[in-house]
Design a protein around this ligand. Structure first.
Ligand code: IDP
Ligand code: MG
Length: 150
């Protein structure tokens, strides 16, 4: 089953939107694998966002992500990466489709509430970076057969 890393970033935590993000992913049918509420250190932030190093928004992005706690989670399901990014909406909230989290709860790209892995491969790498193997919970739900075709 495909897995993806999801972060409710500091603005989402401060604005009490952690429950909203979880509720939408749960209702979509995705299965929660791991979750931890944590303060992000500079080293983890820089490793996580290494691909953006050198971009004009990089310093602001690092200080944003370490400015307050985040809710880090792993979710799984068929096409979990694409499904979660669709539920989040486009990076720029003013370009996000109505009904997405970023459309419904954000205005600025530098305060866009959530992170989600952008490919299955990056998902695996990000999950390895943020979680220990023993923090990932393998489980089944009674409802799985009504959500997952196989
Ligand atoms: P994503 O979060 O939708 O995958 P990325 O392009 O990977 O978007 O950028 C990572 C994060 O960096 C964004 O979610 C946003 O918080 C921040 N960011 C991206 N572009 C800008 C920008 O132009 N100004 C400020 N922050 C930005
Ligand atoms: Mg990204």
């Amino acid at each position: 089953m495909e897995r993806t890393l999801v972060l409710v970033k500091p603005d989402g935590v401060q604005r009490a939107l952690v429950g909203e993000v979880i509720a939408r992913l749960e209702r979509r049918g995705l299965r929660l694998v791991a979750a931890k509420f944590m303060q992000v250190g500079k080293e983890l932030a820089e490793t996580h966002y290494a691909v953006h190093k050198g971009k004009p928004f990089y310093d602001g992005l690092i200080s944003y992500i370490i400015s307050a706690p985040v809710m880090a989670m792993v979710w799984e399901g068929p096409n979990a990466v694409a499904a979660v990014r669709q539920t989040m909406g486009s990076t720029k909230p003013t370009e996000a489709a109505p009904g997405t989290l970023r459309h419904d709860f954000a205005l600025e790209v530098g305060r866009n509430l959530t992170h989600a892995s952008d490919s299955p491969e990056n998902g695996e790498n990000e999950i390895r970076l943020w979680f220990k193997k023993e923090e990932l919970v393998e489980w089944k739900r009674e409802v799985d057969k009504w959500v997952f075709e196989k």
